[in-house]
Design a protein around this ligand. Structure first.
Ligand SMILES: N[C@@H](CCC(=O)N[C@@H](CS)C(=O)NCC(=O)O)C(=O)O
Length: 245
């Protein structure tokens, strides 16, 4: 039987949303952690993007010639494989994903610049790719990898302030749409919940049991001020993870 594969970056909200939808539907696949920069040729080989198009993760390959190189496309595809769809209103969900993606692109600049500036965070990034004893040696490669990501995705490393303002504006808009008191179950989970829950990774990372991050990387992903301001949403996210991930 053909084996499906998912290529991703475990800490990335884009990967986590695709993975969550596939897991929710019980899709069987082999997960492969992508290594930025060094893994680029392999990723392009698997993704086979059109000329001039960047290969990105998550990438889902079904082993029978089917290829989905976008997190929302993977969620939509996963919905065709399971019993109860996560997407109830396709155009509304796509619009929400587009809105969140715009903010996530800015936040990527903030997170990447913090990682590049923090030797400990670089060391932790390197540990994810090589054995721990090599992490010190691999840190410069991790720094190159982080800069490579910034260049490839055209992000500026000093857009931290604007990205936080955009994130605050988006959370302010989305907070009233979430019933934080409603009971959370697998049965009530929607794609919208997954999109918002994974966005909150950029405010306060979820517990390590779901996404493992060392303390320095956790700091790079966190936005203390927003975590206090949107504590209700963060608590909602934790409850959704407990109930449905
Ligand atoms: N629209 C895409 C965006 C994915 C994206 O930007 N992925 C980044 C995550 S940082 C990536 O592939 N980075 C690794 C690399 O470029 O090597 C999606 O929703 O899947």
């Amino acid at each position: 039987m053909a084996t499906a594969s998912l290529y991703g970056l475990a800490y990335s909200p884009w990967t986590e949303r695709a993975r969550w939808a596939l897991d929710f539907h019980g899709v069987r696949y082999r997960y492969h952690e992508h290594v930025p920069m060094l893994g680029e040729p392999l990723l392009r080989w698997h993704a086979k993007p059109a000329k001039g198009v960047a290969a990105t993760v998550p990438l889902f390959v079904d082993g029978r010639g089917g290829r989905w190189m976008d997190s929302m496309a993977i969620i939509e595809h996963a919905d065709t494989l399971g019993a109860r769809p996560l997407i109830t209103d396709l155009s509304a969900t796509r619009a929400l994903a587009a809105k969140i993606d715009k903010v996530l692109h800015g936040v990527r600049g903030r997170v990447t610049s913090r990682i590049v500036a923090d030797p400990e965070a670089l060391r932790e990034s390197a540990t994810a790719a090589v054995p721990a004893w090599m992490a010190g040696l691999a840190s410069p490669v991790a720094a190159l990898g982080a800069r490579f990501i910034a260049m490839k995705h055209n992000v500026s490393l000093d857009q931290a302030r604007e990205s936080t303002a955009a994130l605050r504006a988006l959370l302010t808009e989305l907070a009233p749409t979430v019933d934080t008191d409603a009971p959370h179950t697998r049965e009530s989970l929607t794609a919208g919940d997954i999109l918002l829950a994974t966005l909150l990774q950029t405010v306060e990372p979820v517990v390590a049991a779901h996404i493992a991050l060392g303390p320095a990387l956790r700091r790079a992903w966190s936005e203390r001020e927003l975590a206090d301001e949107f504590a209700g949403l963060v608590a909602w996210r934790d409850a959704v993870y407990r109930a449905a991930r």
